[in-house]
Design a protein around this ligand. Structure first.
Ligand code: UDP
Ligand code: MN
Length: 468
C-alpha cells in the first residue's frame, strides 16, 4: 500500500496509572520509531495519579532528555478514571488528529499512515488499529486474526468476526465496519471528537465508554472501522494495577450508555446484569446532559443502529419477566443453570449472578443462564419437560423448532406448568440432592413461583398471566 505524503499531523495521548516505567517508555519509543516525524506533532502522557515515585521524576527527566520538546505531561491531582483521563489528554492536544492509547502498547511499521488517510478522506470516521497481543510474561507479539469489535448486552466488549460483506470482498486491506471498540486504541479528528461529545465524563474508572462511543458515533451520523493494515499490539493484563471492583464500574457505566442511547433496548442491559430496571441498586449519576447531546445531534434510534451496524445482536423483546426464580417452599434458593456443561437445572442459594438469570417469554419459554447476546455466543438454554422421568432438562434452543415441551404457563406467584404434559415444576425434599432440595416435574401440588423483575405487563390475558 502507498499513502499520500501530506497527511494531517497527530497528537498521541497515553494514559496510565501505576504502570511500569519500562513499559511506558517502550510504548513511547515504539511510537517514535514507527511514526514519520513530520506526522507526530506531540505525545501527551496523562498520569492518572499514580502512586509510584519512579513515574514522577524519572519519567519526566528521561523523556525530556530523549525527546526534547516532543512530550507533554498531564498530572491528575486525583484519580479521574480512564474516561476523564482521556478527555484531559484531548484537552492538551493541538494537532488536527488525536490518537488515544493505553500506555502498554507497541506500534507496528506504517501503523499511522492508513489511519490518517482514512480520516483525511472523511473526518467523521473513528479509526481503530487492528489489535495484536503482547504476551504479558514474555512480551512476544502475537498477531490476532482480523476482527471487528463487538459486545454483549452487558456491554462487555469482545472481538467478533468481520461483517459478511467484508469477507466476501476478499480484500484483506479493506476497512472493517465495527459496531464499537475494545477501547485500548482509537484515532479521531480532534474537532469532530468534540462535536460528537468526546467521552461521557460522568463515567467512572473503567468500562462502557468504548461501547458508548461506538453507539454514539454511528447513531449520530459518523462511523467506526478497524484497519487491518494499521497494527498496534497491546498487553492483555491478568490483573489491573488499580481497582479490584471494575465490574461494578463497568456495570454503572453501561447503565449510563443504556439510559442515553438504547431506547427500549435498555432493558436488555439490565437483564444482562440481572438487575431490576426500576431501583437497580446502582447509582449511575445524572445523564441529562448526555440526553441533551443526543437531542442536539439529532441521532438515529438504537433500533436503526442494530439493524444497520450490529445485526448479529440477538434481541429479547419478547421477555415478560426476568431474574431470579424462587419457590414458595424453598426460601433463599433460586433456580440455577448449575455447572455449565450439565443439561439439568438445580436449586442453589440465591446469589443473583447470571447463572440464576431466568427469562419467561410471551411465547412461554423459560430460559435460564446468561443471555446469549449475539450470534457469536451460544444461545441461552431452555427448561424442558420431556415427559419421561421426573427431571426437567435444560436444552439448547435453536430458534427454529418450538416444540411444546419447551413451553410453560406461568403467572407471578403461581405454578409453572408444562404445556405439553400438564405437569408442574416443583421442589422436592431429598436427602441425596445437594442442599436437600431437588427440582422435579410432577403432578401439580400447588407450589408457587415468583420471577423477580417485570419488564412490562403482558398485553393479553393469553397464558394465564397476571399484571402486577
Ligand atoms: N486507566 C486510568 N485510570 C483508571 C483506570 C485505568 O488512566 O482509573 C488507564 C490504564 O492505565 C490503561 C487504560 O486506562 O492505560 C486502560 O486500562 P487497562 O489497560 O487496565 O484495561 P484493559 O486494557 O486491560 O482492558
Ligand atoms: Mn490495556
Amino acid at each position: 500500500m502507498t499513502y499520500p505524503d501530506d497527511l494531517p499531523q497527530m497528537t498521541v495521548v497515553f494514559i496510565f496509572v501505576n504502570e511500569a516505567l519500562s513499559v511506558i517508555l517502550r510504548s513511547v519509543h515504539s511510537l517514535v520509531n514507527h511514526t514519520p516525524a513530520h506526522i507526530l506533532k506531540e505525545i501527551i502522557l496523562v498520569d492518572d495519579n499514580s502512586d509510584s515515585v519512579e513515574l514522577k521524576l524519572n519519567l519526566d527527566q528521561y523523556v525530556n532528555k530523549q525527546y526534547p520538546g516532543l512530550v507533554k505531561m498531564v498530572r491528575n491531582s486525583r484519580r479521574e478514571g480512564l474516561i476523564r483521563a482521556r478527555i484531559l489528554g484531548w484537552k492538551a492536544a493541538t494537532a488536527p488528529v488525536v490518537g488515544f492509547f493505553d500506555a502498554h502498547v507497541e506500534f507496528n511499521t506504517a501503523w499511522a499512515e492508513p489511519i490518517l488517510t482514512r480520516i483525511r478522506e472523511d473526518r467523521t470516521r473513528i479509526i481503530l488499529p487492528s489489535i495484536d497481543n503482547i504476551k504479558y510474561n514474555t512480551f512476544e507479539v502475537q498477531q490476532y486474526a482480523n476482527a471487528a469489535h463487538g459486545y454483549n448486552w452487558g456491554l462487555w466488549c469482545m472481538y467478533i468476526t468481520p461483517p459478511q460483506a467484508w469477507q466476501d470482498r476478499g480484500d484483506e486491506t479493506a476497512p472493517i465496519r465495527t459496531p464499537a471498540m475494545i477501547g485500548c486504541s482509537f484515532v479521531v479528528n480532534r474537532e469532530y471528537f468534540e462535536e460528537i461529545g468526546l467521552l461521557d465524563p460522568g463515567m467512572e474508572v473503567y468500562g462502557g465508554e468504548n461501547i458508548e462511543l461506538g453507539m454514539r458515533v454511528w447513531q449520530c451520523g459518523g462511523s467506526m472501522e478497524v484497519l487491518p493494515c494499521a497494527r498496534v499490539a497491546h498487553i492483555e493484563r491478568t490483573k489491573k494495577p488499580y481497582n479490584d471492583d471494575i465490574d461494578y464500574y463497568a456495570k454503572r457505566n453501561a447503565l449510563r450508555a443504556a439510559e442515553v442511547w438504547m431506547d427500549d433496548y435498555k432493558s436488555h442491559v439490565y437483564m444482562a446484569w440481572n438487575i431490576p430496571i426500576n431501583n437497580p441498586g446502582v447509582d449511575f449519576g445524572d445523564v441529562s446532559e448526555r440526553i441533551a447531546l443526543r437531542k442536539k445531534l439529532q441521532c438515529h434510534s438504537f433500533q436503526w443502529y442494530l439493524q444497520n451496524v450490529y445485526p448479529e445482536m440477538r434481541v429479547y423483546n419478547d421477555t415478560i419477566t426476568y431474574g431470579e426464580v424462587r419457590n414458595s417452599k424453598a426460601s433463599g434458593y433460586c433456580l440455577d443453570q448449575g455447572p455449565n456443561d450439565d443439561n439439568s437445572a438445580i436449586l442453589y442459594p440465591c446469589h443473583g449472578m447470571t447463572s440464576q438469570l431466568a427469562r419467561y417469554t410471551s411465547e412461554g419459554l423459560l430460559q435460564l443462564g446468561p443471555l446469549g447476546s449475539t450470534t457469536f455466543l451460544p444461545n441461552t438454554k431452555c427448561l424442558v419437560d420431556e415427559g419421561r422421568g421426573r427431571t426437567p432438562s435444560l436444552k439448547k434452543f435453536d430458534g427454529a423448532s418450538h416444540s411444546s415441551q419447551r413451553l410453560w404457563d406461568f403467572s407471578q406467584n403461581g405454578p409453572i406448568i408444562s404445556r405439553d404434559t400438564g405437569r408442574c415444576l416443583e421442589v422436592e425434599m431429598s436427602k441425596e440432592a445437594s442442599f436437600g432440595l431437588r427440582l422435579v416435574v410432577q403432578r401439580c401440588s400447588g407450589q408457587r413461583w415468583t420471577i423477580r423483575n417485570w419488564i412490562k405487563p403482558p398485553r393479553h390475558g393469553g397464558h394465564n398471566i397476571q399484571a402486577s
